[in-house]
Design a protein. Structure first.
Length: 411
């Protein structure tokens, strides 16, 4: 009978094991400190966030005239309800300019029906585009046309699927008047249902807050922000920039508008408007992936090495708890999940998003890694971006963005 002797671990092996444990503990302690700093900053930013509800609404006679400009292409499903909310607003001096941009569905018919049948339909002006000039993105050109056609001292750029509650526009303009800024940005409530929508919306909001720090954008010269759902500007500021002409090939036109305004040395504020303004960002997991396909590579400045680095970094969060558990450090893995839960708690209560989403941020990170990677792959493979039945050359977009950042709107 063969007797197996227990394997003895030599001093060298024990030293290696001890060294590995010390290394992991040291890394864990460093990450804990960095995580604590991040949480403190996140909670400070949450505490500093302005909300639209904190502002007093001015009397009607103190509210300046307002032009709302909307670009719409193939929006027959969302445009009608959105227009209903706009036409029902009680803002005293208001004009709504809808630029229908080469739609292939019933978008123009939906808008025309609202103009003819709604009691406030006379406030709606419709511009129908048939062609897209060379060197322009369709949406940017449509918004540019709408701004040129507008007549009021304030101009609100918004999307064709944004809903406004009664009184929200009066309060927003009053807030802008109080803050006395050239560019007033309002972050709307993003409607989210099920599992994927709250998870991905929460993760995106945190990434957005880290990148742009909207709560302190008014205090930092080089910080800027913009939100497509609600960019409110003075006509004087837009005219000085040439309206949206400098953004003609900027895919992330809403954020880049904020950069353009700040590059002119103008005042900019961002508030949270979760109770009065809302939008349905996307439908489910597939809707998120497809919705971000157009913007992701542009948000990464068409920089392939940088984009690949971001994608790789997004793969790290899902691996951390798995690796820690596999190495026998379940306590650190648990601490990591607790940290993610606390990160989820930094989202303002007014966003009406569940706190549990933080526990699944590694999953959201994996989805975003795939989404960003897919966006980069398709853009490089197709030598451009396909958006609403139009192909935009990648080389042209890349050159235009470089020119915009370095020459048009340097910070």
């Amino acid at each position: 009978m063969t007797v197996f002797s227990p394997v003895k671990i030599g001093p060298l092996q024990q030293g290696h094991k001890l060294y590995s444990m010390m290394t992991i503990n040291l890394v864990g302690e460093i990450m804990s400190v960095l995580g604590l700093i991040f949480l403190i900053q996140a909670y400070r930013q949450r505490a500093r966030s302005l909300t639209l509800e904190h502002f007093v609404t001015f009397p009607d006679q103190e509210l300046p005239g307002l032009s709302i400009v909307i670009a719409a292409k193939d929006e027959e499903k969302t445009l009608g309800p959105a227009l209903d909310t706009l036409l029902s607003l009680d803002y005293p001096e208001l004009e709504i300019i809808l630029v229908e941009d080469r739609s292939q569905d019933r978008t123009l018919k939906v808008a025309t029906q609202r103009k003819q049948n709604h009691p406030q339909g006379h406030r709606l002006q419709i511009i129908a585009n048939k062609e897209l000039p060379s060197g322009w993105l369709g949406k940017v050109h449509a918004l540019h046309q709408g701004c040129q056609a507008s007549t009021k001292p304030l101009i609100l750029l918004t999307d064709a699927d944004v809903h406004f509650q009664p009184g929200s526009l009066k309060r927003a303009v009053s807030a802008r008047q109080t803050l006395d800024c050239d560019h007033f940005v309002a972050a709307p409530r993003i409607e989210a249902e099920g599992f994927w929508e709250p998870l991905l919306v929460s993760f995106f909001l945190i990434m957005f807050a880290i990148r742009f720090q909207p709560s302190i954008v008014h205090r930092r010269k080089k910080s800027f922000v913009g939100v497509g759902a609600f960019n409110l500007l003075t006509r004087e500021a837009l005219e000085a920039c040439g309206y949206l002409e400098p953004l003609r090939l900027q895919v992330t036109d809403d954020v880049d508008l904020g950069r353009l305004i700040k590059s002119q040395g103008r005042r900019q504020y961002c508030v949270v408007a979760q109770e009065g303004i809302s939008v349905k960002w996307f439908e489910g997991l597939k809707g998120c992936i497809l919705g971000l396909e157009k913007n992701s590579y542009a948000g990464l400045e068409y920089n392939l090495p940088f984009a690949l680095t971001v994608v790789a970094s997004l793969l790290v969060p899902p691996l951390v708890p798995i690796v820690l558990t596999a190495l026998g450090h379940a306590a650190w893995a648990g601490a990591y999940l607790l940290f993610l839960f606390l990160v989820g708690c930094t989202i303002p209560d007014s966003c009406h998003l569940p706190r549990w989403v933080g526990l699944f941020f590694p999953v959201a990170s994996l989805v975003l890694a795939y989404t960003f990677g897919r966006s980069v792959f398709l853009a490089e493979k197709n030598h451009g971006i396909n958006w609403r039945d139009t192909h935009y050359d990648l080389g042209e977009l890349r050159a235009a963005h470089k020119h915009f950042v370095e020459d048009v709107a340097p910070l």
